[in-house]
Design a protein around this ligand. Structure first.
Ligand code: FES
Ligand code: FES
Length: 928
């Protein structure tokens, strides 16, 4: 990427340049960011903004043919130059056509927020070099971050652009499941026309600026808000007094505790206390320091041990000892099991906050329509948003319409409200549309994180390698408000055994309040943290017994008939043993290669190999979480699929349609997708907990089957008939007889369709008893990862060389999308293991908070195991959350294999690993 040229001395106030071949003239501040000029002034929104600081590369455009970050280019610098955005790449056909097609075919775009930047950088590369090497692609795209894909499919797509590669043809009727269908919403992502939260704005929209606490804990007092609000361009200042309904929201209603604006005391740095609403120019010029608020910083509680200490101040009066809630699962007699075990290992592990770091910061706008409110924003959970906004405004849920935009990555944090209450209140009070786009700093400061965890784990095994007992206590720092803390404490005890037979088991968890940013949902709901402890302790047990670490896991792996730690017996569909067994060939080869390398190596480099297993229940833990899908036959012979599952990049738009199409035995081209909008789609629940393929997919299969039956009835046909839909006609061939009806001649039902079918699916689970016994999930996904690393024992740095990932997904509805989830999960797990930790108050940006870049992610071999679930649609299980869980422990086990030391405080940053190596050397311990 080009270094930014110096700013000209005589800057014009009118800037004229060519954008996408068209001459434009803009009157603007010469130092306004080019990205803002393009998006806000010219309405060219294909160029995305992820950080406004040169860190993410989402805003990459071509300046005279070379890629630059548009957020770092002052408008004046574009004067008399040529700018190309993703919208203009169409003029570079056929190369760009081929690149787009390659991205689509390879599944290189997931949420798509990074895709414009990636495509621009790739185009610049391919115009000079049609057949780049992997290293050349990595160099050229190195400035653009992607949080979803793990980069490997992007690299493949760029390399294949000008080569011949396999294209998947559109599947025949009844054959969509199992094919590598190009994602149905993919074209919009590769041509820049996808609409994200910040991409649409009504012309008369006001802008919102939120005033937030600069302290972890502070009392505050407002000055003359009336005088402030009377300034030109300012339309209102709002505080907690202006919340007409209940000023308390939260994703789990019994635990709801978060106000829209703090009342007198802010409980975390970044908490909102007020907002200013005004004309966009006034808000853009608004100096935060001029806002009349005074702060009195108070001593915060930031550590869980301080929050639990006797006499500690309570963050919430009703929550004793600052404990939000807890969870437990107890089976057998863990003390007896430990006493009977031949080998017992006990360790403590700790993990920190992790930032979701999706490329799209939260954004949206709201407008009041009579006594209703409409909100168009990025979200993972439209119906949860609807319920909370109704509560906040004091209106009926039916008076709230949530229109989800495309979501530029979510991973859990966009399950909680962010911009929605602010824009809703502003639009409600001022009766004008109101828009809010979080800055990166605001996003990092105020939205939820992965829970930091402190875990003590004891595990025992018999001399022959059988697990006998496991005892876990885990505390999770849930921050100032509840968010998904209760879900984490409930889910972790069910999963902390890992996918193994453990006869004596006790797992006890707590979520503890502190004056820090709320921790919430992040891919895995606490399970990735405990997997880090459990899988390392299992390695230690295997070592103490003298058993191969992979064989130890295979020996103890759950099977169809063994009870889990909650006493659940699945009967079929338990594919964990197959996952481990699929790793055997690479395990043997990689270990031999590592041993040979270490023998030959004279320097500080050591290689190691690690393995870890995972299981993860799909959907809510013992709680109902139904999805309802509606399908309608239109008079034009097309099928409308109303499914409310929000596609956050994982591919539910495509996968749910594949399932429905095969249930109906109708070609996928006949489908029109109606997604997400609470006014037009039934509730498909939230996009989380790996539930959309399983739960919404199952509802789509059921609704599709019902509509097929209705279509057969329309033509008086029976079961095994062949259905053909054309522009106005439904033709059915049954027992050699063809029956055709003119759809335009049929009466329409209340939905405006010739026939409509609706189905609801709620996974069959049972409540857990006081010891956590029961059937918490109808379906589990299973997986095992093998990581190969090289460690520089002098510097403490780790290079992950390769990951082999075997996942039992039941049925791979779309193998390309499944692999995309696995590769993206591996990248996030790598970040968790080696580099990612958020410290509230420090590094609230993408410069200091590091996520894996294209050079950090190794080749990933995905092995798909299909042990069908008897419940899932076509046997499918979820994979989104599952994919991230085993990577970090596999890497940490590989580091131990290479060096002989364990880093018990994750991430294993170079300083921590080096300190552990030095400490081991000083104590005469392990090599390295
Ligand atoms: S928005 Fe420009 S680099 Fe992130
Ligand atoms: S696809 Fe790259 S950030 Fe989502």
């Amino acid at each position: 990427m080009l270094a930014t040229p110096p700013i000209p001395r005589n800057v014009p106030s009118t800037v004229a340049f060519t954008v996408n071949g068209k001459r434009v003239c803009v009157s603007t501040s010469p130092v306004r960011r080019l990205s803002a000029v393009l998006r806000e002034d010219l309405g060219i929104t294909g160029t995305k903004v992820g950080c406004d600081a040169g860190d993410c590369g989402a805003c990459t455009v071509l300046l005279d043919g070379d890629p630059v970050c548009a957020c770092l280019v002052p408008a004046a610098q574009a004067d008399e130059h040529e700018i190309t955005t993703i919208e203009g790449l169409a003029q570079r056909a056929p190369l760009f056509d081929k690149l787009q097609q390659s991205f689509l075919q390879h599944g290189a775009a997931q949420c798509g927020a990074c895709t414009p930047g990636m495509l621009i950088a790739a185009t610049a590369l391919l115009e000079k070099n049609e057949h780049p090497s992997e290293g050349e692609v990595m160099d050229a795209l190195g400035g653009v971050l992607c949080r979803c894909t793990g980069y490997r499919k992007i690299i493949s797509a760029v390399q294949a652009t000008c080569s011949t590669y396999a294209h998947e043809d559109s599947p025949r009727a009844g054959c969509a499941v199992g094919t590598r269908l190009v994602r149905l919403d993919g074209q919009r992502k590769v041509d820049g026309s996808e609409i994200y939260g910040a991409d649409e704005v009504p012309t008369d929209a006001l802008a919102v600026r939120v005033i937030r606490s600069p302290h972890h804990r502070a009392r505050f007092r407002f000055g003359d808000l009336g005088a402030f609000a009377s300034q030109p361009g300012i339309h209102g200042v709002f505080t907690s007094k202006d919340v007409p309904g209940e000023d308390c929201y939260g994703v789990i209603p019994p635990f709801a505790d978060q106000p829209v604006f703090a009342h007198e005391e802010a409980r975390f740095r970044g908490e909102a206390v007020a907002m200013v609403v005004g004309e966009p120019a006034a808000i853009e010029a608004f100096d935060l320091s001029s806002f009349p608020v005074s702060w009195e910083a108070l001593e915060p509680i930031t550590r869980m041990e301080d929050a639990l200490a006797p006499g500690a101040e309570l963050l919430h009066a009703s929550r004793q000892n600052n404990v939000l809630t807890g969870g437990r699962v107890i089976r057998g007699d863990v003390d007896r099991g430990m006493a009977e075990a031949d080998v017992v290992v006990e360790d403590e592990y700790e993990t920190g906050f992790v930032e979701h770091a999706y490329i799209e910061p939260e954004a949206g706008f709201a407008r009041r329509v009579g006594n209703c409110i409409e909100i168009q924003a990025c979200t993972q959970s439209p119906y949860l948003d609807r319920a909370d906004i109704a509560k906040i405004l004091g209106i009926a849920p039916e008076a709230v319409r949530i229109i989800p935009t495309a979501v530029g990555g979510g991973f859990g944090a966009k399950l909680d409200l962010s911009v929605q209450p602010f824009i809703a209140l502003a639009a409600w009070h001022l009766k004008r549309p109101a828009r809010l786009v979080y800055s990166r700093v605001e996003s990092v400061t105020s939205t939820t994180k992965r829970h930091p965890a402190k875990m003590r784990l004891r595990a025992g095994a018999s001399r022959d390698g059988r697990l006998v007992a496991l005892d876990l206590t885990a505390d999770f720092n849930t921050g100032a408000y509840s968010s998904w803390g209760p879900t984490v404490t409930a889910r972790v005890p069910v999963h902390a055994s890992g996918p193994y037979k453990v006869p004596h088991y006790r797992a006890v968890t707590r979520a503890i309040h502190t004056h820090l940013v709320p921790a919430g949902a992040f891919r895995g709901f606490g399970v990735p943290q405990t997997a880090i402890a459990q899988e390392q302790v299992y390695d230690e047990l295997a070592d103490r017994i003298g058993m191969d670490r992979l064989e130890f896991r295979i020996l103890n792996a759950l099977d169809d008939h063994s009870p889990t730690v909650t006493g659940q017996v699945m009967g079929e569909g338990v594919g964990i043993r197959a996952c481990f067994e699929a790793l055997r060939p690479r395990w043997s080869a990689a270990r031999a290669e590592a041993v040979a390398f270490n023998k030959a190596a004279g320097g500080p480099l050591r290689r190691g190999v690690g393995v870890a297993g995972m299981w993860y229940g799909c959907g809510n833990t013992s709680h109902p979480n139904p999805s309802t899908v509606r399908v309608g036959l239109k008079p034009d012979g097309r099928i409308a699929l109303h499914q409310g599952a929000v596609d956050i990049g994982q591919g539910s738009n495509t996968i749910v349609t594949q399932i429905c199409a095969d249930a109906m035995q109708v070609p996928i081209e006949r489908f029109d997708l109606v997604s997400g909008d609470t006014a037009v789609t039934p509730d498909c629940g939230k996009t989380s907990a790996s539930r959309q393929t399983f739960v919404t997919g199952k509802a789509a299969a059921m609704a599709g089957a019902k509509l097929r039956a209705a279509m057969l009835q329309l033509t008086d046909s029976s079961g095994g008939s062949e259905i053909t839909l054309s522009n106005r006609e439904l033709a059915v061939i049954s027992s050699g007889r063809e029956r055709v009806i003119d759809l335009t001649a049929q009466p329409l039902d209340e939905h405006g369709y010739v026939a409509t079918a609706e189905a609801t699916f709620d996974p069959p689970t049972s409540p857990l008893d006081e010891n956590g016994q029961g059937n918490p999930y109808a379906v589990f996904g299973f997986g095992a990862h093998l990581a190969e690393v090289a460690v520089d024992t002098e510097l403490g740095t780790v290079k992950v060389l390769r990951v082999t990932a075997a996942h039992d997904v039941g049925r791979a509805i779309n193998p390309t999308l499944v692999e995309g989830q696995i590769e993206g999960g591996v990248a996030q797990g790598l970040g968790h293991a080696l580099m990612e930790e958020f410290f509230p108050g420090k590094g609230e940006n993408l410069h200091d908070y590091l996520i894996p870049s294209i050079g950090d992610v190794p080749p990933v071999e995905s092995i798909l195991i299909e042990d069908p679930s008897p419940v899932g649609p076509f046997g499918a299980k979820g994979v989104g959350e599952q994919a991230v869980i085993p990577t970090a422990p596999a890497i940490l086990n590989a580091i131990h294999d290479a060096t002989g030391v364990r880093v018990r405080r994750v991430p294993a940053t170079p300083d921590r690993l080096r300190a552990a190596i030095l400490a081991a050397r000083e104590s005469g311990g392990p090599r390295g």
